[in-house]
Design a protein around this ligand. Sequence first.
Ligand code: KG4
Ligand code: ZN
Length: 391
Amino acid sequence: MRLLSIETSCDETAISVVEATGDFPHATYRVLGNALFSQIDIQREFGGVFPTVAKREHIATIVPILEKAIREANLSRNSTLTAIDESVIESLLAREPGLASDLLTFHREHGIPPIEAIAVTSGPGLEPALWVGINTAKALALMWNVPVIPVDHMEGHILASIFNGSGLAPLSFPAVALLVSGAHTELVLMNEWGQYELIGRTRDDAVGEAFDKVARLLGLPYPGGPEISRRASEARAASLPVYTPLPRPMLHSGDLDFSFSGLKTAVRYAIAEKTLAHEDVSALARDFEDAVVDVLIAKLVKTVEIYGVQSVILGGGVAANKRLRESISALGTTLAFPDLHVHLPSVALSTDNSVMIALAGHAHKSTALSPEAALSLKAYGNKSPREWLPQ
Ligand code: KG4
Ligand code: ZN
């Protein structure tokens, strides 16, 4: 089957066309078209992601991105358009100014592509941003007469990390996914394919959020993760001494939860009323990164021991972090866990993308909603409980 997948949960507008042959989890996948626009340069001016700005940018770029993905896929098209009631599309997209007319123009020019289903991120994420993708999916489903598969963004991150470019790597169970993104920090246990249980989570800030906030304190631009990582490497290369000893929060909490807001506060105190030289910022970035990675690794090791975990999956935007990747890879080569399989996402699929949404959509193709049933599909925010992830 061929899927169109749409991701707009945060500040990336991403659409892919993916062909799946066979059934999840043994299918082979071909990415036929893949287009992504990152709003990072726009959001940087605001120092973070603003939901209303994100929504406005998604509205402006989603049809050009759709066009790019469809063109790249080079699909044959059926130019005999079925009659569609344009007013239905217009009222569906009443809250996304200009989008209905962009989509209708696209439809007149491109006709109906040979795509069997549309996968779309329905949450978690920024609700105004999610709605742009969801409403686009609903409109395309009506125009093409294909079903919609709602996808959970974090499940997408898990599958992205075991995607080897053509299929999903075999998993030895139990597996645990450490999901670290801008809004989530979670440990998810999998006893078999498609079965997930939330066994640990942050009680306050997510890891990516902590990176972004600490970067801001240090005067580094948004998004802070890559900046901190770069400056931390500089500090290590120059063997800069510790600027300030930072805590390892929740290390001995007796559970698998995390907390990162204290770390941010500790950095704030350490730099209060000080003028920081370039080297001080680098040393602090390294001190912070070390503290975060220590805590993540310690909780992961604990999880491996408690559950007899066979496979570790690292997922989410912070999975692009070099230090974290190296430390997790090293776990699988230590004497303590010689048989542990470690799955890291490619750097390109670490941060938000739509290939992962196609993978998760394919896994859930049996729950596809008809175009009419899809009309009641809703976005769910970052703090909403998720049905697929029992606690
Ligand atoms: O998964 P993602 O792309 O978006 C969300 O779903 O939130 O994650 C974005 C987060 C941001 O907080 C960003 O600073 C962080 O991932 N990030 C990194 C790195 N690259 C991105 N954090 C640490 N090191 C990196 N290299
Ligand atoms: Zn994400």
